[in-house]
Design a protein around this ligand. Structure first.
Ligand SMILES: [Fe+2]
Ligand SMILES: [Fe+2]
Length: 473
């Protein structure tokens, strides 16, 4: 299905044929633009940024590159092509036709899921808004702004669903999405991770690696939904999300590479000396991993959840890549180890459907570990014994069975005093953050990189790394 770019709101949902919906969205559009100017990337409004824009849905056509001024970016509404005769793939209604409208009994559940997903999109733009001022290169600046405009489009994707399928309360929710703000005392974003400040690029890369990856898993679950417009929205968003994964993985890889270069030069892995040389020492990288990984794990929800069971049973939300599972009823049981409240654990057999959050979380942990192994390969090849690792999923949780149960990164329960005295061995301390923030100096000469990060292996869309990805004014 081609995208109509002559419309005020580019779309492939036939907006021109639905005047009421078109008017409602055209009414929301200037509010979105006001929000973008106020809460979106600080500065760079006048800069020409080499961005990609979706122009068609097929593999090749959807990414067209060119210089764009961000406020003029064509945010649009795109659904992936419909799957002919698509059927519900899991739960109690497996095999029945998918829904083109919202069944009354699932209305509030679907609305809540869409609002929660939608809330994360502008939240991340708000969290990242000042990073451009300290970009380590023009290449990175461009990637940041690309992620930002795409998160803006993801907001559009969810707002379209709210407007098109949820009537008046949908429109009200769409307004609220622009009124809550990341870290706001009175009206914060819905999920904790999306209220965490991101003041430096190491945090940004950690966020795109860990938190955007959570987003990817959530979108995959929603792409399985029996509510077909939601499924098609999420399938299109996933094509964009792949780039965000790339930014996170390659970003951390380049930080590690640079640390290794400096360690080689110094013939030392002494963190203080690595820092003095303008790079980020690996133990600091580890502490940032511990922080963002544990924060992102909370986003999957509680280990045992009746909501998750209902989502699955009713077809509202599936497991990521549901087709890969052999059994789509999930009547089995899953063995979990839960804290017993006395410093030990008790094994518990839980109905699989109630443990869906845990099923997804485990897949996510495995996916994160692929990146960690890649970094460790680099460290090993450079001849150092140090290894990065993911902490135990029990570590520093604030949602679920392990919430408020102090453990060390291996998942051993410890007493609160030990936690207090040792937490900054494991998490970024104030001096760590001050050091990392202090390293962030803006570098804007084409092809030049900041001291703390290695150059990327290639540029954007076959262009050289030294290309002028952002023409600053
Ligand atoms: Fe997104
Ligand atoms: Fe994303």
């Amino acid at each position: 299905m081609a995208i109509d770019y002559y419309e005020r709101i580019p779309n492939n949902v036939g907006l021109a044929d639905n005047r009421a919906l078109q008017r409602a969205l055209e009414h929301w559009q200037p509010r979105f633009l006001d929000w973008w100017r106020e809460m979106g990337p600080t500065a760079f409004g006048g800069a020409d940024v080499y961005l990609r824009t979706a122009t068609a849905l097929d593999e090749k056509g959807w990414a067209t590159y060119g210089y764009v001024k961000m406020p003029e970016y064509r945010w649009g509404i795109f659904l992936a092509d419909p799957v002919p005769d698509r059927r519900i793939g899991f739960g109690d209604t497996t095999g029945e036709p998918v829904w083109q409208h919202v069944p009354g009994e699932h209305r509030s559940t679907l609305r809540r899921l869409i609002v929660t997903q939608g809330d994360t999109e502008p939240a991340s733009v708000e969290q990242q808004r000042r990073l451009g001022l300290t970009c380590p290169s023009l290449y990175d600046l461009r990637n940041l702004l690309q992620v930002n405009v795409e998160e803006g489009r993801h907001l559009w994707a969810m707002v379209y669903l709210l407007h098109a399928y949820f009537g008046r309360d949908g429109r009200e929710e769409a307004e609220e999405l622009l009124e809550r703000h990341s870290g706001d005392r009175d009206k914060p974003r819905i999920l904790t991770t999306f209220n965490e400040p991101i003041e430096d690029w190491l945090s940004f890369f950690m966020f795109t690696f860990f938190t955007d990856r959570d987003g990817r898993f959530q979108l995959k679950g929603l792409a399985e939904s029996a509510f077909d417009p939601l499924s098609r929205s999420c399938r299109f968003m996933l094509t964009e999300e792949a780039f965000h994964m790339f930014v996170g993985l390659s970003g951390i890889t380049r930080v590690v590479k640079r640390s290794l270069e400096v360690m080689k030069m110094l013939q030392s892995d002494d963190p203080a000396r690595v820092r003095e040389a303008g790079a980020i020492d690996l133990p600091t990288v580890q502490r940032y991993i511990n922080f963002w990984f544990s924060s992102s794990l909370d986003l999957f929800g509680a280990e045992v959840s009746s909501n998750a069971a209902t989502y699955f049973a009713t077809g509202v939300k599936g497991r990521p890549d549901e087709a890969r599972f052999g059994d789509h009823s999930a009547f089995g049981r899953l063995r979990l180890e839960l804290p017993d409240g006395k410093g030990g654990v008790i094994p518990e057999e839980v109905p699989m459907r109630s443990a869906m959050n845990e099923v997804t979380r485990s897949l996510y942990v495995k996916d994160c570990d692929i990146g960690v192994q890649r970094w460790n390969r680099l460290i090993g090849e450079a001849g150092w014994d140090f290894r990065l690792r993911l902490p135990s999923p029990r570590f520093r949780r604030s949602v679920g069975a392990w919430a408020g149960v102090p453990t060390d990164p291996d998942g051993n329960q410890i007493d609160p005093e030990t936690w207090h005295s040792r937490q900054f061995d494991w998490l970024p301390s104030e001096p760590d953050r001050t050091f990392v923030v202090g390293l962030m100096q803006r570098v804007t000469r084409p092809g030049k990189m900041a001291s703390w990060i290695a150059p990327p292996e290639g540029g954007v869309a076959d262009l050289p790394v030294s290309y002028e990805y952002v023409r600053l004014k």
